[in-house]
Design a protein around this ligand. Sequence first.
Ligand code: DHB
Ligand code: MG
Length: 221
Amino acid sequence: ASAPAWRAVDDYFTDALVREDDALASARESGERTTMPNAEVAANQGALLGLITQLSGARRVLEFGTLAGYSTIWFARAVGPEGKVVTFELEPANAAVARENFERAGLADRIELVEGSAADSAERLISQGTEPFDLVFIDADKPSNPLYLQAALELTGPGAVIIIDNVVRDGAVADAGSDDPRVIGVRDVVDAIAARDDLTATALQTVGVKGWDGLIIARRT
Ligand code: DHB
Ligand code: MG
C-alpha cells in the first residue's frame, strides 16, 4: 500500500475512535514551535500509549523526551489524578512549549518536567533513590537508547513496562551494516533487551501519518 493510503486509514480510525480534545490538538499544533516539528506520536499512537498505561495499571510514568508534551498528556490522563509523570527534555525552548500545554490541559500538577540532559536527570533520580516507575517511554535522542534502557532498569521493578519509540525508521533497522548512529542505537538496545532474561519483549512496525516506523514493548518479569 502507498503512504497516502496509510494516511487515509489513520485519519479514518483516528476520527472514529480517538478523542483528541482541544488540549491535545493544541499540544500537537505547538509541535511546530519545537526543535523537531511533527516528531510527536500520532494521535492513534498516543491513544495506544494511554491504553497500555491503563491496561498495566501504571501510576508512575517516566518519559525520555518531552518535546511539546503531546505523549506526556496522554500518559498524564491515563495515570489519573493520583498518578505522576516525570518527563525529561533537553531543549529549554521545547520545555517552555510543553509547560504551556500542561497548564492548558490542567495537568501541570501531575507532570514533573525536568529540563536538561536525560542521562544526567536519570542519574540524579537513581542516586536519590526515587520511587520506582511502572512504565517508561523512551523517545529521546536515538543513539542513547541503550543508556536510557539501562537507566530505566535502575528506575523500575518487576512488572514494569518499557516502550521505545521509532525503532524502525523506514526499515533502516534491518540493516546490520548501517553506520547511522540512530539505527545503531536501536540495534544495540534490541541486543541489550534480548540479552536480559528478565525482559519479555516484542516489536511492532507501524504505518500511518508518521510514515513507516514502529515501537518496542517490553515487560520486566
Ligand atoms: C524523530 C524522533 C522521534 O521521536 C519521532 O517520533 C520521529 C522522528 C527524529 O529523530 O527524526
Ligand atoms: Mg518518537
